[in-house]
Ligand binder design. Sequence first.
Ligand SMILES: NC(=O)c1ccc[n+]([C@@H]2O[C@H](COP(=O)([O-])OP(=O)(O)OC[C@H]3O[C@@H](n4cnc5c(N)ncnc54)[C@H](O)[C@@H]3O)[C@@H](O)[C@H]2O)c1
Length: 358
Amino acid sequence: MHTPIPTPTYIPTLPPIHDYGIAIVGCGGIVNYAHLPAYRTHQLTIVGCYDRDPAAAAHTAATHRIGRVYTSLAELLADPAVTIVDIAVPAWEQRAIAEQALAAGKHLLCQKPLAEDLADAIAIAAAGERAQRYVAVNQQMRWSAGIAASADLIRSGAIGQPTDAQIWVSAETPWHMWPWLRDSDHLDVMYHSIHYLDSLRHLFGNPTALTSRHARYPGQPERAETKTITILDYPDGLQASVMVNHHDASRATAATFRFLGTAGIISGTIGSMYDYPHGRTDTLAYARHGDELVDIPLTGLWIPDAFIGPMASLMHAIQTGTDPITSARDNIATLQLVHGAYRSAHEGRTIAPDTLLS
Ligand SMILES: NC(=O)c1ccc[n+]([C@@H]2O[C@H](COP(=O)([O-])OP(=O)(O)OC[C@H]3O[C@@H](n4cnc5c(N)ncnc54)[C@H](O)[C@@H]3O)[C@@H](O)[C@H]2O)c1
């Protein structure tokens, strides 16, 4: 006889007050195909946008019917209608914008990675604390259907004590969408696997040891690592692995997750990675040990639907006085895994991530 299948709660919800004025800094790809479509669905209040490329700002304003295009960051920050600044620029531009916006009294949603340099990320978190303003980081995979539903099942005890977690992605990633990444010193872990590492922290907490190996694909145009394997060890024996290959030219690409425990298993797919950024809905199946896996239907797409999650969490923080779920301070621990992975790969050894600068 089958045990009843639980119904996970996973769809992001907005707090009661959600008409804060939002201004966008950086009007590139992700803002146009993810941030703004998600905000439009939830009828958030976008008061204006700014990009150092005026054509990008004008195009975004016209496409998404945004009433005001600012001609400078200073003009945006001087607008009293703006409560939240939503930053989506390359990571190395983020700290300067964040510090000015916090000094102007704004709350922030920053893009991931919060910074390429751990010290810059810590400086942004500290600036938020000094200004007594909230800084959330757009690690929105936590709100994607597959991960959010898994989190709810794991917290309800559906798999018992977690023992093994695997995220395996083998895909052909359209790196041409981010020309500025081609010559970057860091690629997969800093810009992509960061989502998986952050999701694993969300599901299982902070590992005590990390081992990572990095490689390149023959003849790849990108400068940095596009194939990585990272293993996280937890004190209770839980082992988690993230295996990623961004150069899979086969017709058998895959993006899967599998969370095994003493009492059950969750197995699913990351829909977004099957045709980025269009993607498809995540899948998820669950079984208690001894039972057959049963599909639990999910709705929504990581891109754009999960993008309401970090913004909703920031708004919740503003009105309740509690930290956002993906606060800048929380994100330091995700960045410790990212930097731990590079150090581990570089030095050929296992790293204790919490010994990195914090
Ligand atoms: N799933 C995700 O969370 C996800 C996906 C893609 C990109 N991103 C992140 O979002 C950010 C933007 O990525 P994108 O794909 O939109 O890049 P993009 O190159 O398409 O757009 C970036 C925009 O920022 C503008 N810009 C750069 N520096 C600026 C500055 N100092 N002031 C104002 N505008 C500035 C550029 O002119 C450009 O229009 C990056 O940090 C990237 O890592 C996150």
